[in-house]
Design a protein around this ligand. Structure first.
Ligand SMILES: [Zn+2]
Length: 186
């Protein structure tokens, strides 16, 4: 049974890989990127209770996860489609934050983070790398709220993250703490 808190939003098309024209506000063209759909699947595998294309008072967000009754929003900003949209992307994140939702915008290089909570990912980063970076980032943003499974997912990796893949200093110090503990994969 879903324990999705009622924030006034309604999820549509959890398993859809494409959205109809005009549904996704941040994306001016119809369709959702394959990477965004894959990222949702990865994160939902670990976090569960996710909704893709969540509708929050008329604003569509790429994905939302219920983390211990706290809303974690993840928006994937591909470099091509989000170039020049900095102002509206930042305003949207700030609006959602006012409702105590944690918003992580995944910004593909050369896009730069717009807010402290944003996450820079290398150009062409695949869904698994994006998911690892989102989970690591969420672990210090949401701390004790994050399920142990997130840690397990990160530890399960065959190869550790490179320093240049992790520009967030808090993420990197968290990764180093795990490595000192013997979990070399993070
Ligand atoms: Zn971080």
């Amino acid at each position: 049974m879903s324990i999705m808190p009622n924030w006034g939003g309604a999820g549509v098309g959890r398993y859809k890989t494409r959205c109809p024209p005009g549904v996704c506000q941040v994306d001016p063209v119809p369709g959702t990127s394959k990477l965004e759909a894959e990222l949702f699947n990865q994160l939902n595998y670990v976090l569960g209770d996710g909704v893709q294309h969540w509708n929050f008072f008329g604003r569509k967000v790429d994905m939302m996860f219920n983390i211990d009754s706290h809303g974690l929003i993840v928006e994937y900003d591909g470099a091509y489609w989000h170039r020049g949209r900095e102002r509206s992307d930042r305003e949207k994140a700030e609006l959602l934050s006012e409702y105590r939702l944690t918003v992580i915008r995944v910004r593909e290089d050369p896009l730069r983070p717009l807010r402290h909570e944003d996450l820079w990912v290398p150009k062409g980063a695949d869904a698994i790398l994006c998911a690892r970076l989102v989970l690591l980032h969420a672990m210090h943003l949401l701390r004790w709220r994050m399920p142990q499974r997130a840690e397990g997912f990160l530890i399960a990796a065959a190869a550790p993250l490179d320093r240049e893949q992790v520009p967030c200093r808090s993420c990197w110090s968290l990764a180093r703490r795990y490595r000192r503990r013997g979990d070399a994969a993070i």
